[in-house]
Design a binder for this molecule. Structure first.
Ligand SMILES: [Zn+2]
Length: 243
């Protein structure tokens, strides 16, 4: 079986998406037919997806990425099909780290997701405004907060780094350092502690979104969106959704 058949073909998609309508199954992120995979999501395709289905598609996309079976992307065709309008299924809030590019990690194409990136994947009012636009105005159904292992911003918060405007950003992360229960060495040199703080920080960001954005929390309470956390492992390429 070729990689194209594995990652993009009708068989693989139907196998992955048993129980859902075939038209929808073949429409979304990384799940297009051979003919349609070069196109971005249409409004009808995006609107037919549920938050849970989109999360499942993200998991499948990460599995393709980490197993070296990412689908071939025709970016020019995706650009053409999305130029007149965008209907992304999700908005991702992730770190600026060069090793954690969300669209690649999730095997997404142009037009599949909004992507907000800031050191340490924190939330502030401007970022919440961006996420509110993505969900309430543009129809995205999943807010994915993505932390990652060995995060320099987390290390900086642990070490109390002082550097220009970065100091204030790290102040936003510091409550996650204090809130992380950890029995071993609480040092930036301890990778396990750094990653534990990063997980706490993801949850802290989600708490900030829910408490600081009535727009997002109301959409979540109505079941129109889901806000989920995740951690990306730089070593093995796995994106783990936090429960
Ligand atoms: Zn980072």
């Amino acid at each position: 079986m070729t990689s194209t058949q594995i990652c993009c073909g009708r068989r693989g998609w139907l196998k992955a998406g048993a129980g859902t309508g075939a038209a929808v199954l073949m429409a979304g992120i990384g799940l297009r037919t051979e003919d349609a995979e070069a196109a971005s999501l249409s409004q009808a395709q995006r609107d037919a997806l549920t938050p849970d289905k989109i999360i499942e598609m993200m998991k499948q996309g990460n599995q393709r990425f980490r197993s070296g079976k990412a689908k071939p992307h025709d970016y020019l065709a995706q650009k053409r099909s999305s130029a007149a309008g965008q209907f992304p299924a999700a908005v991702i809030l992730s770190c600026i780290d060069s090793r954690a590019p969300a669209e690649i990690i999730l095997d997404m194409g142009i037009g599949d997701s909004f992507n907000a990136r800031i050191a340490g994947n924190i939330a502030n009012k401007d970022l919440m405004g961006s996420l509110e636009f993505a969900c309430a105005a543009a129809g995205a159904k999943v807010v994915l907060v993505m932390g990652h292992t060995a995060c320099g911003a987390i290390k900086g918060a642990i070490d109390n780094v002082q550097l220009g405007n970065l100091t204030g950003l790290l102040d936003t992360i510091k409550p996650a350092v204090a809130a992380t229960t950890y029995a071993g060495e609480r040092s930036s040199k301890n990778a396990a502690f750094v990653d534990a703080v990063a997980r706490t920080n993801v949850q802290q960001t989600i708490d900030t979104l829910r408490s600081g954005s009535p727009t997002l929390s109301d959409l979540e309470k109505k079941g129109q969106i889901k806000i989920v956390g995740s951690m990306y492992d730089l070593s093995n390429g796995a994106l783990t959704f936090l429960g």
